[in-house]
Ligand binder design. Structure first.
Ligand code: ZN
Length: 99
């Protein structure tokens, strides 16, 4: 489940792991009892970057991660002894070359 950050009117911040559907369920600050407001999530931050003129870089990296994820799924059908090539490809897509 994703983690969301909240802040109350007194500036206390708290992080909650919540189901996405429950992210805006009203909650109060444990320290002062004021209502908590959800802060910008990591997804929103990515969107900001996206709109910030870095669209190409974000798209590219997202595309690579998606391809790596697909390869990881198909790797499960390959016997471990024959996974050398696909492992290399996944590492290259994830930018882990030489690590
Ligand atoms: Zn508070």
């Amino acid at each position: 489940m994703p983690m969301y950050d909240y802040e109350c009117g007194q500036g206390h911040t708290v992080s909650h792991i919540r189901d996405m559907d429950a992210r805006d369920t009203p909650a109060v600050c444990a320290q002062c009892g004021e209502p908590l407001v959800r802060l910008m999530s990591r997804v929103n931050l990515n969107l900001t970057t996206y709109l910030d003129g870095r669209r190409g870089a974000v798209d590219q990296s997202f595309d690579r991660m998606r391809r790596a994820a697909k390869l990881e799924v198909s790797r499960q059908n390959i016997p471990p002894a024959q996974r050398g090539e696909i492992n290399k490809e996944i590492k290259a897509l994830k930018g882990e070359v030489g690590k």
